[in-house]
Design a protein around this ligand. Structure first.
Ligand SMILES: [Zn+2]
Length: 109
C-alpha cells in the first residue's frame, strides 16, 4: 500500500461542516436549473475557477457561498446535497461528521 492509499483508507472525522458549503459545482448547476435560479456561472469550470477567491477573500468567499446557497429552495434540495456529501464521506472513509445547517439562509424576511 502506498502513502496515498494509506491516507485514503484511514478513518477520518469532519469536525465542523456547514452542509450548504459542501455543494459540488455540478450540483449547484443542477439545482439552479431545476429551481429556475439565475446564477452568474454556466459551467462547472467557471464555478471551480470562482473558488479562487482572490482579494478580498472573505467577501468573495461569502458571495460565492451565498450564491451556492441561493440554489437550495426545497427540502428535496437539502436531502440531495446531504446525500451527495455523505456519499463523499463513504468514499473518503469519513466516519464521524459534525454537520451544521443554517436555516437563516433559507428564510425570506
Ligand atoms: Zn461554522
Amino acid at each position: 500500500m502506498n502513502m496515498s492509499e494509506f491516507i485514503a483508507s484511514m478513518p477520518k472525522a469532519e469536525l465542523h461542516i456547514h452542509i450548504e458549503g459542501t455543494v459540488s459545482a455540478a450540483k449547484v448547476l443542477e439545482l439552479a436549473y431545476r429551481n429556475g435560479v439565475d446564477i452568474p456561472y454556466a459551467t462547472e469550470a467557471q464555478l471551480l475557477a470562482a473558488q479562487d477567491y482572490g482579494t478580498p477573500a472573505l467577501k468573495n468567499f461569502l458571495d460565492y457561498h451565498y450564491m451556492c446557497s441561493s440554489v437550495l429552495r426545497t427540502g428535496q434540495d437539502v436531502f440531495d446535497i446531504t446525500r451527495e456529501f455523505l456519499n463523499r464521506c463513504l468514499v473518503e472513509n469519513i466516519r464521524h461528521v459534525e454537520m451544521f445547517f443554517d436555516p437563516q439562509q433559507h428564510i425570506e424576511y
